[in-house]
Design a protein around this ligand. Structure first.
Ligand code: HSE
Length: 403
């Protein structure tokens, strides 16, 4: 009998208890052993829950119980989640987590501590909700060099952007719906300002390139400045606006960034709507591989947490390759990042040719409500900003294109 414990009985924690209980017989047949949830740590009482007898309030009850070998941390936030995780790993207990904040901030150290103590630290649920993405990166790309990963990594913002595009819905109303559905973070600023996607991008970059960047230091723009008009300008040019996390190598240095991107209809990411996430991995041997599925929500995220627990309970764990914290020399200069941009200028019709003089030939050029929207050729950040400044017309919107 394997004894497990859950830290946190919120949306993901209660979902994990449900997944493990509802599919217990199936899971036990797969791991070849029986298991139980021995404790659930939470500050609150849950008198009406069938799991009420398992609730404990003192972390030491779990830490000091030698029978507990696998713990799922679903508390959210850096502290005390990080401190509890560290103590558990040092006590020889494996930890799995959905907590992207802890993995992105402290993953290098926690993986190292797990290795030193002969236990495991797995975090499938930290990226992409219910989509298997960390596990494939741990195992199935091992014959490849990964060159880039781009994707929709936040369900809340994708849900908001989809409804803004389809219904012209107001930002605040849709955000409230996302909170009600259990997609949003406790503080939804992390979703809409891009930090949640930045943490996930940092985790993917570390999985791909072995370097962990500081999630608070990478280029990060959310969707708070995106208006229904921006969506309409993009749509008129055949694009949809998506919040994209991207990582790649530039001259051997890691680029990691989050920003709204214009995605053309022929890109598989274009059709990723609502709470779904879509992650495109590019690798030298296999080419492009797309991962798609529910990016947030109770049971999808819990399914990923449970999968990590099952992997450890089965005794067949493949650990993530070692990470190191990125130094200045490992990080690409963002000014040099090259992409095309979808630009909208407010420019009188008779002067629109002036834009062509500054930006050269463009993919698309149209007048809409007196505005002019077009796609530039690929240019570095620095060059794009310099040309915008020299255009001499008010810029209404700039959205980087995801090619
Ligand atoms: N708030 C996150 C999202 C939850 O919307 O994607 C899943 O990580």
């Amino acid at each position: 009998m394997i004894s497990t414990a859950l830290l946190g009985f919120g949306i993901v924690g209660s979902g994990t208890a449900e997944v493990l209980t509802r599919n217990q017989a199936l899971i036990e047949s797969r791991i070849g052993d029986s298991f139980r949830i021995r404790y659930i740590l939470d500050l609150r009482e849950f008198p009406d829950s069938p799991f009420a007898p398992l609730i404990v309030h003192d972390f030491n009850t779990i830490l000091n119980d030698p029978e507990i070998s696998v713990v799922a941390e679903m508390m959210g936030g850096s502290h005390p989640a990080y401190d509890f995780t560290k103590a558990l790993l040092m006590a020889g207990k494996s930890v799995v987590t959905s907590n992207k904040e802890v993995v992105a901030n402290f993953g290098t150290e926690l993986l190292q501590i797990a290795r030193e103590n002969g236990v495991h630290y797995l975090f499938e649920a930290s990226v992409g909700g219910g989509i298997p993405i960390i596990s494939p990166l741990r195992k199935d790309f091992s014959s490849n060099r990964i060159t880039a990963i781009s994707g929709i990594l936040n369900g809340t913002t994708n849900y908001i952007l989809t409804r803004m595009k389809n219904e012209g819905a107001a930002f605040d109303d849709v955000l409230r719906d996302a909170q009600r559905l259990g997609y949003a973070e406790r503080n939804p600023a992390a979703d809409v300002e891009g930090l949640d996607a930045a943490r996930k991008t940092v985790i993917l970059a570390a999985m791909a390139f072995g370097k962990r960047l500081d999630p608070n230091a990478i280029h990060c723009e959310g969707i708070t400045n995106i208006t229904p008009e921006d969506c309409a300008y993009a749509e008129s040019a055949g694009y949809a606006i998506k919040l994209i996390g991207h990582t790649s190598l530039m001259d051997g240095r890691v680029v990691a960034m989050v920003s709204p991107r214009a995605v053309r209809a022929d890109n598989p990411i274009y059709g990723v709507n609502d709470v779904f996430n879509g992650i495109l991995v590019e690798a030298d041997m296999v080419g492009k591989v797309m991962f798609y599925g529910p990016g947030a929500g109770k049971l999808p995220t819990a399914s990923a947490v449970a999968a990590d627990m099952i992997e450890i309970m089965s005794g067949r764990t493949v650990d993530a390759a070692e990470w190191t914290d990125a130094g200045t020399d490992d990080i690409a200069d963002f000014d040099g990042y090259v992409c095309r941009s979808l630009l909208t200028f407010d420019v009188p019709k008779e002067q629109a040719a002036g834009l062509r003089a500054v930006f050269g030939a463009s993919d698309y050029f149209t007048g809409r409500n007196g505005k002019h929207t077009f796609v530039t050729k690929p240019m570095s950040e620095a060059e794009t900003l310099a040309r915008i400044a020299s255009a001499g017309f008010p810029l209404v919107s700039r959205i980087r294109v995801l090619d």
